[in-house]
Design a protein around this ligand. Structure first.
Ligand SMILES: CC(C)[C@H](C(=O)O)[C@@H](O)C(=O)O
Ligand code: SF4
Length: 465
């Protein structure tokens, strides 16, 4: 057998049927479900008189439009209320496990999958959600699908897919202090562009990746989709196995599973369709200044000017982005003054993220003009952070401490920016209106967000204490 990449190995072991020139039929090991992209899928099953083929491989939670305030209060938004009720009814009718608002396991779908041990190496994982790429951190082939595909997988546990090309993103060297996995992935997107990964599955390799914790790997894989890629993956290793061990859905025959998982690594000499190399040691903390994640710069830089770009269409795009963002070309990024700070989302709301932010905030106060909130990625994380005293650090610093959900990552629930408000956010998207109509989003790491909350403007975390 010729040397294969991890992607090819997972593909080969899940291939059910292939006709030449047609998409392949793949077996899907795990489907995750949330309230926004599943109602029509279940409705389709109902209309066709079908059942969920493998309820044991299907898990649901509520995350996108859940309020993050007191859970004992009634839900005011009628659409949100209806979507949550519909998911509850559907899961009951079709025998799907649901972690609802009252569950101790509730949280953002991409946070709870790994947390419960559902996400495992060598798997194919889908969800009606683009950030399903997060699960690739475990050496799984994980990607977002549309609602009609959600229905297809519910009905058959299979999915039609065209084979993507492979791109290796080799991350050489190690982070300098203050630089994080978030800065790495923002810099990668800055390098390849938002369409750079189109048609590819990315595999992150290199010394830097091997040294990352599972949570950091999830941050990197999470944003693969913002570089246009179908999925992002990292080969499983001892860090991966150690993380999964002892979790609720970890395999009972763990050693045997590990032996199998070890085979899901790219072979020596496997050929990628493309390779991009990143010099990690040279990275600085990153801040997005525009309306795509690729409009990003080192914190030490100034807001660029349209004239810095050669192509006319790019100049126009930058001009438009700066107008929307209310920024003047040439402004030092550290002079950008903030109204809001949001620490949350499936990119950066796990326990290590909260620890990193709390470390910066300990004993300090949020600037008087800044409204700051922290939204743990799951109820487990919330509980753990409370037990570790992190919640107290956040509250004493003046942050609001919320219940788990997607929250201000996207404007689908009560946590939104007002028009014109400027926010430092640990989430993954900064499109126009993403956090609320007219809202202005700057994507950063948790420690950068925390330091910005205190100073009221961006600071270089490397010279801050
Ligand atoms: C609502 C959902 C379909 C969407 C996605 O697919 O990513 C959301 O999670 C997002 O981050 O924009
Ligand atoms: S936290 Fe944000 S990116 Fe993640 S699933 Fe929710 S809305 Fe999408």
């Amino acid at each position: 057998m010729p040397a294969r990449t991890m992607f090819e190995k997972i593909w080969d072991t899940h291939l059910v049927h292939q006709e030449s020139g047609r998409p392949a039929l793949l077996y899907i090991d795990l489907q995750l479900v949330h309230e926004v992209t599943s109602p029509q899928a279940f409705e389709g099953l109902r209309l066709a008189g079908r059942k969920v083929r493998q309820p044991g491989r299907t898990f649901a939670t509520m995350d996108h439009n859940v309020p993050t305030t007191d859970r004992s209060l009634p839900i005011l938004d009628p659409i949100a209320k209806q979507q949550m009720q519909t998911l509850t009814d559907n899961c009951k009718e079709f025998g799907v496990t649901l972690y609802d608002l009252n569950s101790e396991h509730q949280g953002i779908v991409h946070v709870i999958g790994p947390e419960l041990g559902l996400t495992q190496p060598g798997m194919t994982i889908v969800c009606g959600d683009s950030h399903t790429s997060t699960h690739g951190a475990f050496g799984a082939l994980a990607f977002g699908i549309g609602t009609s595909e959600v229905e297809h997988v519910l009905a058959t546990q299979c999915l039609l897919q065209s084979k993507a090309k492979t791109m290796e993103i080799r991350c050489d060297g190690r982070f300098s202090p203050g630089v994080t996995a978030k800065d790495l992935v923002l810099a990668i997107i800055g390098t390849i562009g938002t369409a750079g990964g189109t048609g590819y599955v990315l595999e992150y390799t290199g010394e830097c990746i091997r040294a990352l914790s599972m949570e950091e790997r999830m941050t990197v894989c999470n944003m693969s989709i913002e570089g246009g890629a179908r999925a992002g993956m990292i080969a499983p290793d001892e860090t991966t196995f150690e993380y999964i061990k002892g979790r609720q859905f970890a395999p009972k025959d763990f050693e045997q599973a590990v032996a199998r998982w070890k085979e899901f690594q790219s072979d020596e000499g496997a050929v990628y369709d493309k390779t991009v190399t990143i010099d990690v040691a040279a990275l600085a903390p990153q801040v997005t200044w525009g309306t795509t994640p690729a409009m990003v710069a080192d914190v030490t830089r100034n807001v660029p000017s349209p004239g810095d770009f050669t192509a006319e269409v790019e100049q126009k795009t930058v001009e438009h982005a700066l107008a929307y963002m209310g920024l003047k070309a040439g402004t030092p990024i550290t002079d950008i003054r903030l109204d809001r700070v949001f620490i949350g989302s499936c990119t950066n709301a796990r326990i290590e993220d909260l620890r990193a932010a709390a470390k910066v905030l300990d004993g300090k106060r949020v600037a008087s003009h800044v409204h700051a909130m922290v939204v743990p990625g799951s109820q487990h994380i919330k509980k753990q952070a409370e037990a570790e005293g992190l919640a107290d650090v956040f509250r004493s610093a003046g942050f609001e401490w919320r219940e788990a959900g997607c929250s201000m990552c996207l404007a689908m629930n009560p946590d939104v920016l007002e028009p014109g408000e400027r926010c430092a956010s640990t989430s993954n998207r900064n499109f126009e209106g993403r956090q609320g109509k007219g809202g202005r989003t700057h994507l950063v790491s948790p420690s950068m967000a925390a330091a910005a909350a205190i100073e009221g403007h961006f600071v270089d975390i490397r010279d801050w204490n």
